[in-house]
Write a protein that binds this ligand. Structure first.
Ligand code: IDC
Length: 315
């Protein structure tokens, strides 16, 4: 089902197979720690053109992309409806996009993350019924794809508490696990997925779960790494499903020194990470230059500063 060899060499999936969590680490089929280098789309309602087979293949072959994260906003954002507040027709298109992408990633031997991207809907319980239906439906269709990671709520925020997130997760996780018992699942944490320390004091009672930690290097620094260290010391596994090298608005200046500190921290703790974002929006975090309309096959000149940094990044 998933390609293990491509062009004569083992793919990232071929080397690692279906993943699971041991202690604070995401590990491969042999129990060895893995650290996946991922790329996150922007909101796929707004930038669907980048979710195409050629682009996925291009990034896997040329950018060292090992995981493709599909950021599916659930509620209205930037003028575009999300999965939960859009139409049935729109939902069907998004589901088709996800299934197609997972299959393409499988064919390339890379991983794919399905991100239920709550943001303006700051409490996952707001669209819980829709989430339960979505994850049930999609996990049945994708049950034989061991390269899928489920991210059940991107960034709870405002006054949403860990107790509220936990109760949501306790309903959503069993729905996925009924269809895919060994699935790897990432759960968001309070305050835009920063309060992993709070989650670690009252963790979920499921195996193969990681907790989302999001950082934007010009905004989030040592104090956020301290929270992550506390969470790890308390025994939970952390996944940086999204990060930026600029500030938390997705724009502003790049802080390379802080980025280096973060990457060293992630490496030391074997934490996987996906960069925000694959689009040509006129903002620092977008990897494609605003003037470039190509949707695959980008040259160096087609990329923004962030895009060039990422494509030259070696683990
Ligand atoms: C930002 C986008 C920006 C968009 C905004 C609202 O970069 O173009 O206008 O969302 O849709 C997050 C979120 C992610 C944000 C990103 C940067 O998960 O959706 O994207 N960010 O602000 N958390 C922290 C930062």
């Amino acid at each position: 089902m998933v390609t293990e060899i491509k062009n004569g060499a083992a793919t990232v999936y071929g080397k690692n197979g279906a993943l699971h969590v041991e202690g604070t680490c995401l590990v491969n089929k042999n129990g060895e720690p893995v650290q996946l280098k991922g790329v996150s789309t922007h909101n796929v309602n707004s930038f669907p053109q980048y979710v195409n087979d050629d682009a996925i293949e291009f990034m896997a072959d040329n950018w060292g992309m090992e995981l493709f994260r599909i950021a599916m906003y659930t509620a209205l954002a930037d003028g575009d409806y999300g999965y939960a507040d859009g139409t049935d027709e729109h939902r069907a298109e998004l589901e088709e996009m996800i299934v197609r992408s997972v299959k393409k990633c499988a064919e390339l031997g890379i991983y794919c993350m399905i991100d239920w991207h709550i943001l303006f809907d700051y409490n996952p319980n707001m669209h819980k019924d829709m989430a339960l239906k979505f994850f049930d439906k999609i996990s049945v269709v994708l049950k034989d794809y061991g390269n899928v990671i489920y991210e059940i709520c991107n960034e709870p925020n405002e006054d949403c508490t860990w107790e509220e997130i936990k109760s949501y997760a306790e309903e959503v996780i069993p729905v996925i696990r009924k269809n895919v018992p060994e699935s790897v699942i990432v759960c968001g944490t309070p305050k835009w997925s920063q309060d992993v320390d709070i989650a670690s004091k009252d963790p979920l009672k499921f195996k193969n779960v990681l907790y989302a930690l999001h950082f934007y290097a010009s905004t989030h620094k040592q104090s956020l790494r301290d929270k992550a260290s506390e969470a790890l010391a308390n025994g939970i596994a952390v996944y940086v499903t999204e990060y930026g090298i600029c500030d938390a608005s997705g724009n502003g200046a790049i802080d390379y020194d802080e980025v280096d500190r973060w990457l060293a921290f992630l490496k030391k703790n074997c934490i996987s990470y996906s960069i925000w974002n694959l689009s040509n929006k006129d903002e620092t975090s977008a990897m494609i230059a605003p003037s470039c309309n190509k949707t695959t096959g980008w040259n160096k000149e087609d990329l923004s500063e962030c895009g060039r940094w990422f494509t030259e990044l070696n683990k």
